[in-house]
Design a protein around this ligand. Sequence first.
Ligand code: ADE
Length: 241
Amino acid sequence: MTRLAIVGAMHEEIAALRPCLEGLRSERRAGRDFHFGRLDGHEVILVRCGIGKVAAATTAAVLLDAFDAGALLFTGVAGGLADGVRVGDIVVASALLQHDMNAEPLFPRWEVPLTGRARFDADPAWSARLAQASRTLAATDTHAQGATIHQGLVISGDRFVATRAESDQLRALLPDALAVEMEGAAVAQVCHDFGRPFGVVRTISDRADDAAHGDFQRFVRDVAAPYSRDIVRAALHLRDA
Ligand code: ADE
């Protein structure tokens, strides 16, 4: 079985997973620490990629090329966009799009030039496992009770969306977008180029409005980090089932 890569943008987003790794060994490449080990018996590589699309793309390329990762799971937080996507909910991406990609009039809006597409599909099998794992968390974890699990379009761009005006604009332009973050669509493009499967799961930390930055760090540490840990572990378990 090939190694699975587990990636988060910020230290806090992957911090809860690191103590779960056995036989930990770390290697530094391209300014990042790649942690190799076994998670519940599975060979994994855990890494913090940094914030934004370029940081995510660099990290994904190293994982897939230098370290030959067989699949990539991205986890962390996102801002809720669609009605009913609330703080504490979980979003599993079925497709991802770069909302700040615009090479008009040479190419249609959002299309990544030379790929012929704007939307990149996540791997259906990994997405199904992540959704199932998220449902289990919502049914069993006292904090996650009441969380809704959403599946659909996640959009990414190199901006933290922290005004109502900007999230209104994104909602108007991309009405089916569930959530906004800053890395997923970049990982999706790199995985597409390499022909490797990937999944993205995000806990909603804010509504991408004027209050978005509020308790952001605390939420990531106390809520999103344990959610990420538990969802990824349960999804790995489901792969064996
Ligand atoms: N990640 C979490 N919240 C976000 C937001 N409001 N905009 C972009 N990325 C985010």
